[in-house]
Design a binder for this molecule. Structure first.
Ligand SMILES: Nc1ncnc2c1ncn2[C@@H]1O[C@H](COP(=O)(O)OP(=O)(O)OP(=O)(O)O)[C@@H](O)[C@H]1O
Ligand SMILES: [Mg+2]
Length: 429
């Protein structure tokens, strides 16, 4: 990807890049970043995401006949392969890592902070680091993106990743690690036995153990297999787990909200058409949602959907800016870790998004509250049973468009906060 990007930077200035985007029907303003380098990187990423890197190369070849098009094609393949490699996981990933996410905004500084922290503590070895932060603030997203930091392979031999959640199946998750390490270990039954075996296998290796979404220390312990050569990096919502493990203050990383600029960029990215006609209100909205990515996501998607019917969205934005209407509502348990004001704002965004749907879709959304906590993702068959086999794909598509369900490969995921809102809704419908 770097070669291709460098070629674009060398052959186009900002104005020309803007024109190129226009020709490709891509909103230049929506590409993340300011500099020519950032915009070019994002343009390639955008085209990779949308499967039209081919068209981009073709256009460059037309506009810059002096460019060696064969070389450009080679660069294109390199970029595509890089993406595939990331997705299929190189030797560096010893367990199934989360897939590479393109649409991550404003976390460059946090990723660099985390890298610096790991780099420093790795010298001491056997380090334990904790990423803390409110529900939905982006801990899992940050960790997933961090795994692809290009300098991690300089420090570690490999990465093992797992996600625990509230009620993890410890043995089955440990077995995934055994499997990743090519060790069947079927004769091993208890978490202690499997832990011992894992410890033997990775003895003396430098591994980054990433454990996402830890709720209890007892859940984490079976995965603390690193000894003195590895680093443990885990995420959790509250202070409890880190305190019980006596993680020293410098090894605690508190993940903040997105800053205002990144919040606006995220909204703009999610709602380009809404932004075109209501740009002056986006800053106000971003401020109101206090950099909470999940709330920004649901609000952005709702505005975009509405903008196809009506350009002026003043009324909807005013409603989003006024969470008073739900102040009386009981806050679901999952929201309690958010600050009081923020929990109401996030709830309010969900509520507005739900009000925007027809009754049937509302009821179907509420039913998602019945989905099992585990596994964290579900397939379309699970919805078939839940929704009586009717209009499954249309409803699913609508909920994805609204940011209430996320697509994860050929499976789907609902965020814990969204699901607890669905459960709350069940009581009210
Ligand atoms: N920097 C970001 N840019 C764009 N979207 C983001 C960003 N961070 C998070 N999101 C989106 O916000 C939602 C919540 O993020 P995530 O699941 O990472 O939060 P979390 O802190 O892990 O939540 P929880 O405490 O419930 O585990 C996801 O849909 C994710 O895609
Ligand atoms: Mg998470």
């Amino acid at each position: 990807m770097v070669n291709l990007r460098d070629r674009i930077v060398a052959s186009f200035n900002k104005g020309e890049l803007r024109a190129l985007c226009f020709d490709l029907d891509i909103e230049y303003e929506n590409l993340h970043g300011e500099t020519l380098l950032e915009k070019s990187t994002e343009l390639i990423a955008y085209c990779l995401r949308h499967g039209n890197l081919d068209t981009l190369i073709e256009k460059i070849c037309q506009l810059r006949p002096q460019e060696d098009c064969r070389q450009l094609r080679a660069d294109q393949h390199e970029a595509q392969n890089e993406l595939n490699e990331l997705a299929n996981q190189s030797d560096f990933f010893w367990s199934r890592a989360p897939s590479w996410q393109w649409d991550v905004f404003g976390r460059e500084k946090n990723i660099n902070d985390l890298y610096r922290l790991i780099h420093q503590t790795q010298q001491g070895s056997g380090a334990r680091l904790c990423v803390r932060g409110a529900p939905g603030i982006g801990k899992s997203t940050l960790l997933a993106r961090f795994l692809f930091h290009d300098r991690l392979p300089d420090i570690f031999d490999g990465v093992l990743w797992t996600t625990l959640g509230q009620t993890p199946n410890i043995v089955s998750l440990q077995r995934e690690w055994l499997h990743a390490l090519n060790e069947p270990g079927l004769y091993l039954r208890s978490p202690t036995e499997i832990k011992g075996q894992l410890q033997r296998i990775i003895h003396n290796k430098k591994i980054l153990l990433v454990i996402d979404d830890v709720w209890q220390v007892s859940h984490l312990k079976p995965f603390m297999i690193g000894g003195t050569t590895s680093t443990l990096l885990f995420s959790t919502r509250g202070r409890d787990v880190a305190a019980k493990l006596s993680i020293p203050e410098p090894n605690l990383y508190h993940l903040p909200e997105l800053d205002l600029k990144s919040s606006i960029l995220l909204l703009q990215y999610l709602a380009p058409n809404a932004y075109k006609y209501n740009s002056s209100r986006f800053e106000e909205l971003a401020l109101q949602l206090e950099g909470h990515p999940l709330a920004l996501k649901v609000a952005g998607r709702m505005l975009e959907k509405r903008s196809w019917i009506r350009h002026d969205l003043s009324e909807t934005i005013n409603q989003l800016l006024d969470p008073i209407s739900i102040m009386e509502r009981e806050v679901p348990e999952d929201y309690r870790d958010l600050s009081e004001g923020q929990s109401h704002k996030v709830l309010s965004v969900f509520e507005k998004s739900i009000q925007d749907m027809n009754k049937d879709t509302q009821v179907r959304f509420a039913m998602l509250g019945y989905l099992k906590q585990k596994p964290a993702t579900f397939d379309i068959e699970a919805l078939d049973a839940l929704w009586d086999g009717r209009d499954i794909e249309d409803t699913l598509l609508e909920l994805i468009e609204r940011g209430l369900i996320e697509s994860a490969g050929n499976r789907f995921r609902i965020h814990a906060l969204t699901k607890s809102f669905a459960q709350k809704l069940q009581e009210e419908i």
